[in-house]
Design a protein around this ligand. Structure first.
Ligand SMILES: NC(=O)c1ccc[n+]([C@@H]2O[C@H](COP(=O)([O-])OP(=O)(O)OC[C@H]3O[C@@H](n4cnc5c(N)ncnc54)[C@H](OP(=O)(O)O)[C@@H]3O)[C@@H](O)[C@H]2O)c1
Length: 262
């Protein structure tokens, strides 16, 4: 068990499912104090209870990251529950409108309502930016902290039907890259992460009938690799971590598939 995370304050948005859940479980197992944000109270409570049942510390904050009025409530509640935030992970995200009637789940750009684009940007860019602003100042004052934006290859590749999501991921990536440059020498590290394709509800929504869990990484494997990369001091602020380039960890890979639901 790693000890350097013992007592660290961690805030993860999207902590009730998929990669956010995988990260929360591993961080809590390593002794971090973890606060998790999601909109639906039920799945979030289930994750918190599972972590506590294994002796970890976890807390639920039911909130929508896109809601402006929730920003300081999330930041303040998290700090009061787990102490100063050492690690902020933005994993919550939306694809925008998806259909589940057998037709391609996501719309072409010319069929995308501008209101739907705006909503994707609120969830994936503006809300996380507000939360970053609410948390990063204290990190700068303390001269320490890590901010992680979970991105996607859709931020860099022009996949048809992924326009709104891809633009939002590219936009938040660039905000974090500039933030990393602006916080140079403050002790605060800012990174973005391409997690690769994972077996999660979001992937199932995006790919509909083409979602084949057997061909996808488990979010717990991805979480383990990502946390290993964050432990690597040579990963500089402003870096983009591609999880697919990190070697597997045999013990995690073999144990994970039947233990975490996403
Ligand atoms: N799965 C993939 O193949 C893949 C590939 C590339 C990148 N990613 C990225 O990886 C990250 C995690 O994705 P995932 O596949 O693990 O997702 P997931 O399993 O579908 O989980 C999404 C999480 O975000 C929460 N969430 C969604 N909208 C929210 C909002 N407005 N406010 C607060 N919480 C919200 C959800 O809970 P509620 O619904 O209860 O709010 C849930 O906890 C995302 O940033 C995604 O874009 C995923």
């Amino acid at each position: 068990m790693k000890t350097h995370r013992r007592g660290q304050g961690v805030l993860i948005t999207g902590g009730s499912s998929g990669l956010g859940r995988g990260l929360a479980e591993q961080l809590a197992a390593e002794g971090a104090r973890v606060a998790l944000v999601a909109r639906r109270a039920g799945p979030l409570a289930e994750v918190v209870e599972a972590i506590r049942a294994r002796g970890g510390e976890a807390h639920a904050i039911v909130a929508d990251v896109a809601a402006k009025e929730a920003t300081y409530a999330i930041a303040g509640t998290a700090a009061s529950l787990v102490g100063p935030i050492d690690l902020l992970i933005h994993a919550a995200s939306t694809l925008g409108p998806v259909r589940r009637d057998g037709l391609p789940p996501m719309p072409l750009l010319l069929d995308l309502a501008c209101e739907d684009l705006a909503q994707v940007l609120e969830v994936n860019v503006v809300g996380p930016f507000r939360l970053t602003k609410a948390i990063a100042g204290a990190m700068v004052l303390r001269g320490a902290g890590t901010i992680v934006g979970i991105s996607s290859d859709a931020a860099q590749e022009a996949y048809p039907r992924w326009g709104a999501y891809g633009a939002s991921k590219a936009g938040f990536d660039q905000l974090l890259r500039v933030l990393a440059a602006e916080l140079h020498d403050t002790g605060v590290r800012v990174v973005t992460v391409d997690p690769g394709e994972m077996d999660t509800p979001m992937h199932a929504d995006a790919f509909g009938g083409d979602h084949d869990p057997a061909k996808l990484a488990h979010p717990r494997e991805v979480a383990a690799k990502l946390l290993r990369a964050l432990d690597d001091a040579s990963v500089a602020s402003g870096a983009r971590i591609a999880v697919s380039s990190i070697p597997s960890i045999p013990s995690i890979s073999s144990n994970s598939r039947d233990e975490v639901s996403s």
